[in-house]
Design a protein around this ligand. Structure first.
Ligand code: SF4
Ligand code: SF4
Length: 161
């Protein structure tokens, strides 16, 4: 399952960021002004799973030529996911929809997945000691099937390259 953001229509209101936090019961990341952008979310984190980045291209010579664009940043649920491949415990699995999902009860917080994501998405939540990112969580009340790859299947796959 995927979703597409048409950034030509996005106005950067960040309502989707707020909705994501509310839906997933994620805490605030603080309220610090970066001082170099109107975008105070700044980056994705263990508690910020969706980021509407502001791409601010200011032209001081010709102010009217300045451009203020929006960029949707979120987990891509990659087909070849670095986080999935690097996780030594099998905590990261694909669910029945093909989404890349971190099982919090299996993750040990080692952080191997963090540098393995080329997009800087996944991060370890220091308080909880587990890696967190977008789950593409289905509507509340709908059960989520966990497809856990067995360790022997995993070893076979790794050996096969
Ligand atoms: S965390 Fe990174 S590597 Fe893993 S599925 Fe998301 S974008 Fe891909
Ligand atoms: S932090 Fe958790 S999800 Fe990431 S590699 Fe370690 S065990 Fe796997």
């Amino acid at each position: 399952m995927r979703f597409f953001t048409d950034v030509t229509l996005c106005i950067g209101c960040k309502a989707c960021e707020v909705a994501c936090k509310q839906w997933n019961q994620l805490p605030a990341d603080g309220y610090a002004f970066t001082g170099n952008s109107y975008d105070n979310t700044s980056r994705l984190s263990a508690a910020s799973w969706r980021h509407v980045a502001f791409v601010e291209q200011m032209d001081r010579e010709v102010p009217v030529a300045s451009r203020w664009m929006m960029l949707s940043d979120v987990c891509k649920h990659c087909t070849n996911a670095g986080c999935f491949e690097s996780c030594p415990t099998g905590a990261i699995v694909r669910n029945e929809f093909g989404d890349v999902y971190v099982q919090p009860d299996v993750c040990n917080g080692c952080g191997y997945c963090v540098p393995s994501c080329p997009f800087g998405v996944i991060a370890v939540q220091p308080d909880a000691g587990v890696a967190q990112k977008c789950t593409l969580r289905p509507p509340k009340g709908r059960p989520r099937t966990r497809l856990r790859e067995s360790m022997s299947d995993r070893l076979d796959r790794l050996r096969a390259g």
